[in-house]
Design a protein around this ligand. Structure first.
Ligand code: X2X
Length: 339
């Protein structure tokens, strides 16, 4: 390299470093708190979009003091890994389903996911924004975790598979269905006569593709965004359970934040939770025709025989015993009698 080109190269390198500093003048100094927010969903799911919006508002309203970095799509590990990191204080926020890995720590956290307990989004939101949610969030604090007040909804779940439409419980018989790593999910599908396999979401697409399992269940928004339609043929609108994500932090991470900053962070995260509810409700109703156009075959089974099978097999009685009478009474304040 002669003298001229070396000088040119140096000028170019300096310019490349200098440019970003020119376009972020407002919060150019490093934030005092750099927080990690992990999720298991693809980046274009509304949960990640709204989490990113909350992060922008929090950065602005704390004058650049708190920077939340969103890591979607299991970038920080699968659900089990993220829960451990959260508890160890290595991660600051994790949006985790109460029915999923969290229920291994706090058994009652899965109760809103009991099969056919709720019939519409509003009913679940009333319960989880009300006394049931308050009760559950109180249980989380006992294991050092803190959930923001409003749950980020995912919605009602539908069963997909590559074998046949599910019209009656008989169609589920011995079918290999992937479920999240959670005792309630496994129990629900065992009581329905299927052969459930516990698999973290990070491995769902590949396990369907390689036919380790025949099917899985998720809301239409996730079936679409995670491209599960590429590896699944049938979608049966069973609405068998509702799910959502608690935006969790650990006491360790939360208490590191200055007292006056915490309400700002909570307020924006809760606002995003409410925004996500509208986003997923729209997707869960509008995506059916989209998925049909991509080749999926839909049917809408009558839920009555599925519910009857669960009652008859003792599913509700078993879980009532596990959760205890206090928690069960709290749930039944918001649902029809279960069992
Ligand atoms: O693992 C799943 O199926 C998912 C993405 O819906 C949950 O996080 C419970």
């Amino acid at each position: 390299m002669n003298g001229f080109t070396r000088r040119q190269a140096l000028i170019t390198a300096v310019a490349a470093v200098a440019v970003p500093a020119l376009i972020i003048p407002k919060f150019a100094r490093a934030a005092e708190f750099n927080l990690k927010f992990g999720t298991n969903l693809p980046a274009n799911h509304p949960l990640n979009i709204r989490a990113t919006e909350a992060a922008e508002r929090i950065l602005k309203d704390t004058g650049g003091q708190v920077q939340i970095n969103v890591f979607p799509n299991n970038q920080l590990g699968n659900d089990a890994d993220m829960l451990s990191q959260l508890r160890a204080g290595a991660m600051d926020f994790f949006t985790v389903s109460g029915v999923n890995v969290l229920s291994q720590l706090v058994a009652v956290s899965s109760m809103y996911g009991l099969g056919f307990a709720f019939s519409n989004d509003d009913a679940v939101h009333r319960a989880l924004d009300g006394d049931l949610g308050k009760y559950l969030r109180g249980q989380f604090t006992k294991v050092g975790l803190i959930a923001m007040d409003n749950i980020w909804s995912s919605g009602f779940r539908q069963i997909t598979n590559s074998v046949r439409p599910i019209t009656t419980p008989n169609d589920l018989k011995n079918m290999k269905i992937r479920v999240p790593v959670s005792p309630l999910w496994t129990s629900l599908f065992q009581h329905l006569g299927a052969a459930p396999a516990s698999i973290n979401f990070a491995e769902v697409y590949s396990s369907l593709q390689t036919k380790v399992v025949d099917g899985q269940e998720n809301p239409l928004s996730i079936i679409s965004i995670a491209k599960l339609y590429e590896v699944q043929k049938y979608c049966s609108m069973t609405n068998h359970m509702w799910d959502g994500y608690w935006c969790m932090s650990s006491m360790k991470a939360w208490n590191r934040l200055p007292e006056k900053v915490r309400p700002i962070v909570a307020q924006h995260l809760n606002r995003s939770a409410l925004d996500v509810r509208g986003d997923v409700a729209k997707l869960n109703t509008s995506l059916r025709s989209d998925l049909q156009a991509k080749g999926m075959v839909f049917n809408t089974p009558d839920p009555a025989p599925f519910r009857a099978m669960l009652s008859k097999s003792g599913f509700y009685a078993e879980w009532r015993k596990k959760y205890g009478e206090e928690a069960w009474a709290m749930l039944e304040k918001y649902t029809a009698k279960l069992g």
